[in-house]
Design a protein around this ligand. Structure first.
Ligand code: ACO
Length: 361
């Protein structure tokens, strides 16, 4: 058996292809280079969902804006018990209040949910009231406006759009696989998305970017990087933002997001010097990983520059995974629909290695 199902092909899909040797990501026939920084999140939703819903409108932005308003009603369920939880747990709990189903209306509400709930949770944890969505804005611009209470600059909205597009789909990653397994039982899209959120929150998957900021803050200065990293590895820790199950070269999303951070910092005076510092830490980490694991290519993954980008957009690190879910939800839904339309119940077998009964029955 393959440990961690490495190398196992578990589904046919038209949605995305991750080429780990070439470092290439294709989303529905288009390379990430063609989409990141060029397409809007709504356009990529359309690309992913095309053919999986009969009634898909030509323009998804108004329908998604209306869905944001619709799910905003659930924010009133945020109570003190939920506010003590991590943002991703609170977002998951609010998402669980949405009705299950398989149609476009359910899909739109689920796509709106992480954007609306993340903003409300972050604000409530800071003692601030939630902000009602503006259905006339783009999803990226409204996502940021609901967080801050004022419209983002064009450069900020573009940066978030680039992020949401970049993480919208990525083959059969752990959260997408979880979503497909749940969809295969015909439990409904809400159940599939809740499974996706639950898998995403782990630090080996979508929970990594928050700890990247902790690492950068702890290192503090470029000259401390080598000693800090060596000490972490000697204590058996993993460097967050490095390594990948499929990529044996650099994750192409890392460069798409680094370019977005560069555009954002050039368009404003946000965090001058932070990008150069992060690049120095990255270079030290790559050199040390190469020295210590010469037989296992370990390169930068999507989470390293995710952390820089979301930090520049003033998201608290505790909410980074929620923003990841805000982008990935369109992919989970597309995979769930693909599974539902063309797939069977996913039910593999296990290999029993436990004890046998002492006496045969
Ligand atoms: N830092 C240090 N060592 C690492 C790292 C890392 N980030 N990643 C892998 N390794 C080492 C392992 O310790 C192992 O060494 P060993 O063979 O001497 O024991 C070797 O590389 C192979 O590691 P595996 O665990 O087999 O790799 P796997 O494919 O299971 O893990 C994963 C991939 C989970 C992403 C891993 O690289 C990791 O933990 N990275 C840090 C967390 C992270 O950044 N997660 C986000 C991934 S991107 C995403 O999901 C959106």
């Amino acid at each position: 058996m393959s440990d961690g199902l490495e190398g196992v092909v578990a589904a046919d899909t038209v949605l995305s292809d991750v080429d780990g040797q070439a470092g290439r990501l294709i989303i529905r026939g288009q390379s990430l280079d063609e989409l990141a920084g060029r397409a809007t999140y709504e356009e990529v939703m359309r690309l992913l969902w095309d053919g999986f819903f009969d009634d898909l409108p030509a323009e998804l932005a108004p329908a998604l804006g209306a869905a944001r308003l619709d799910v905003f009603a659930e924010v009133s369920a945020l109570d003190t018990g939920l506010l003590d939880r991590t943002p991703i747990e609170a977002v998951r709990a609010l998402t669980a209040r949405l009705a299950d189903g398989d149609d476009l209306a359910v899909a739109l509400r689920l796509t709106a949910a992480p954007a609306v709930f993340t903003a409300a949770v972050v604000r409530a944890q800071a003692g601030e009231a939630p902000i009602r969505p503006d259905p006339g804005l783009s999803h990226a611009a409204d996502t940021m406006r609901m967080l801050r209470g004022k419209a983002p600059s064009r450069a900020e909205a573009d940066a978030l759009d680039t992020y949401l597009v970049t993480v919208s789909d990525h083959g059969l990653n752990a959260s997408t696989f979880a979503a497909r397994v749940i969809a295969s039982t015909r439990a409904g899209l809400t159940s599939a998305v809740l499974g996706g959120i639950s898998a995403l929150k782990g630090p080996l998957h979508g929970g990594a970017p928050g700890p990247v900021i902790e690492m950068l803050d702890d290192i503090g200065r470029p000259e401390n990087a080598r000693a800090w990293i060596e000490n972490a590895l000697e204590h058996g820790e993993r460097l967050m933002g490095f390594g990948h199950r499929v990529y044996r070269v650099r994750d192409p999303r890392a460069d798409a997001l680094k370019a977005a951070v560069r555009r954002l910092t050039e368009a404003s005076d946000i965090m001058p010097g932070r990008l150069a510092f992060a690049e120095a830490v990255e270079a030290a980490a790559l050199a040390i990983l190469k020295e210590r694991k010469p037989n296992r290519p370990l390169d930068t993954n999507v989470e390293f520059y995710t952390a820089l980008l979301l930090e520049a957009l003033a998201y608290p690190p505790s909410a980074f995974t929620c923003v990841f879910a805000t982008g990935r939800v369109a992919g989970w839904i597309a995979h769930a629909r693909e599974q539902l339309v063309g797939g069977r119940l996913i039910r593999p077998q296990s290999h029993y290695i436990g004890p046998l009964p002492l006496r045969a029955a």
